[in-house]
Write a protein that binds this ligand. Structure first.
Ligand code: HEM
Length: 503
């Protein structure tokens, strides 16, 4: 079964945009900038060209609850008939060529076809779920009128032909209710939804929009990361850029932006109710490692490389498999993993973490690969933690680097700990389904990375405080006490869930 492997070359340099150039439609929708971080360069395109009126019509009528509050096609399981029986959607693949130079518009088409593809494939599972039954099997043939156009848009935009977190579900799926009021949470609305998400007070809207609200704060995270790398680079040859205070200023910027991002993450509890999550979640499952698609999905009219065949070519039976949409494909925490050189254990679970790299916009992928390579080449962690006892000033400023490094790690821990709490409250308490939407095992995967961070913090702290009686202050000491306690709690919780679920 194919899944279209993307083989990236690690770039030796990378241009992070200072100005996101929102009006330049010749550039991909997603490019990392110091202003908008990992959000698209401009707010997502909402309106499709006239040639796609049939697609727009189906998507407008599709959600369980439509914008006007009336039940849509998915409320009664009628989407399949609209595609297969009434044949409402012509194959519009050729119309895509009319907008091929407008990359954000192509991205909008990719988003919209991916919503339709997921709804079509998972509709039978949703209908069983609302009757209180198991998911059973999804549809395992994607008709050419969806498969060919999604394949073409995905290829032209650099995505896989299946719903992704950034390119469609979350980061390219918001609009501003009042364009003048800007990017504030209350002014955000979803463009597309499966269930009740067009209602901004719904749990589906809250789930997606809290992600957007967090990523909205990622510009300073990117800027701080770049500042640290630049300072370490300048200090490499002992140049006058060897300025530890500047390095610490970069780390402080990283720290404050992570604190802000984590504070927004905490709003999830109120914006999206844990007991309502599993119902809209049905539509965001992937194909890989999911019981609903034991043999993948046949993409009609598409070859094993994800390329559309001619419309009159003999029917293709190519079966493809992709991971589902997941916040695991967000770029903020992976940026920190790479920047901080957090060692992950050599386990099959970590292999899944690496596999997730394939499901990001190509410019995000390249940036993350660049930061990973750059941090390693500069021995950034050693640089941050090397310490100094030459003078009192040098000691103070180098201790500050160690404190900041640990505090930044602590924010990554904080994110992953809250995230584990989400996993328990929104998922483990409510469903026995063993895999998450991205196809990772639900009990063990999040703890794999969380434990890695907890271990790394303890290793750094132990080493730093064992050296020449270095003191890192009461705040860091308290933080580390909590790390030790949390590590023990996590191990117990995972052991209990494994036993209960026979993992
Ligand atoms: C109710 C809220 C949430 C739930 C239930 C949830 C659930 C999950 C699950 C089950 C995974 C495992 C990967 C997979 O899908 O196979 C995951 C991974 C991940 N999610 Fe979420 N998520 C939530 C909110 C968020 C938010 C708001 C973000 C912000 C960007 C986020 C970012 C991530 C990241 C970065 C990972 C990878 C974790 C790691 O590397 O350790 N998630 N999520």
């Amino acid at each position: 079964m194919g899944s279209i492997v993307i083989d990236d070359i690690v770039p030796t340099s990378f241009e992070v945009l200072d100005d996101a150039r929102p009006n330049d439609t010749s550039l991909p929708a997603f490019m990392v900038s110091k202003t908008r971080g990992f959000l698209p360069r401009a707010n997502p395109v909402v309106e499709l060209p006239e040639a796609f009126a049939a697609l727009e019509s189906i998507l407008t009528r599709m959600p369980v609850k439509r914008l006007d509050g009336t039940p849509g096609l998915l409320a009664e399981g009628k989407l399949g008939d609209a595609i297969l029986v009434s044949k409402e959607l012509p194959d519009l693949t050729d119309a895509i060529d009319t907008v091929r130079h407008d990359l954000p518009m192509l991205n909008a088409l990719y988003r919209d076809y991916s919503f339709l593809a997921s709804a079509f494939l998972l509709e039978p599972c949703h209908m069983r779920f609302i009757r209180g039954e198991e998911y059973g099997l999804g549809r395992d043939v994607l008709p050419a009128c969806i498969a060919r156009p999604i394949a073409r848009c995905a290829r032209l935009c650099g995505f896989k032909p299946f719903m992704e977190y950034a390119g469609s579900y979350a980061l390219f799926n918001y609009r501003l209710q009042d364009p003048k009021a800007g990017l504030t949470y209350d002014n955000l609305r979803l463009i597309r939804a499966f269930e009740h998400g067009l209602d901004p007070t719904s749990s589906e809207a809250g789930f997606v929009l809290v992600h957007v609200d967090m990523v909205r704060n990622s510009g300073p995270l990117v800027a701080g990361t770049c500042a640290c790398l630049d300072t370490a680079e300048a200090s490499k040859d002992g140049g006058k850029g060897a300025d530890r205070e500047l390095f610490n200023a970069g780390l402080t910027q990283v720290l404050t932006s992570l604190q802000r991002i984590n504070a927004v993450m905490e709003t999830m509890w109120g914006k999206s109710r844990p007991e309502q999550y599993t119902s809209f979640r049905t539509f965001i499952f992937g194909i890989t490692s999911q019981s609903m698609f034991p043999d993948g999905v046949a993409y009609e009219g598409v070859d094993e490389n994800g390329v559309e065949l001619d419309a009159d070519a003999p029917a293709s039976t190519t079966r493809l498999s992709f991971r589902g949409e997941s916040g695991a494909n967000d770029s903020m925490i992976p940026l920190m993993d790479n920047f901080l050189e957090i060692p992950m254990p050599d386990t099959p679970l970590t292999q899944i973490l690496k596999d997730f790299r394939q499901y990001r916009p190509s410019n995000h992928r390249q940036f993350l690969a660049y930061v990973r390579a750059k941090s390693a080449a500069l021995h950034l962690k050693d640089f941050a933690l090397q310490g100094s006892t030459q003078t009192a000033d040098a000691t103070a400023v180098s201790n500050q680097s160690i404190q900041l490094w640990l505090q930044v790690l602590n924010q990554v821990r904080d994110f992953r700990w809250r995230h584990w709490c989400f996993g328990k409250e929104y998922i483990l308490k409510r469903t026995a389904h063993p895999t998450a939407t991205g196809g990772s095992p639900i009990v063990t995967w999040l703890p794999n990375q969380l434990q890695a961070v907890l271990r790394e913090m303890q290793a750094i702290y132990t080493h730093a405080t064992a050296t020449e009686g270095r003191k890192l202050g009461a705040e860091v000491d308290d933080m580390m006490d909590m790390v030790v306690r949390q590590s023990a709690t996590l191990a117990k919780e995972v052991a209990r869930y494994c036993e209960e679920r026979g993992v």
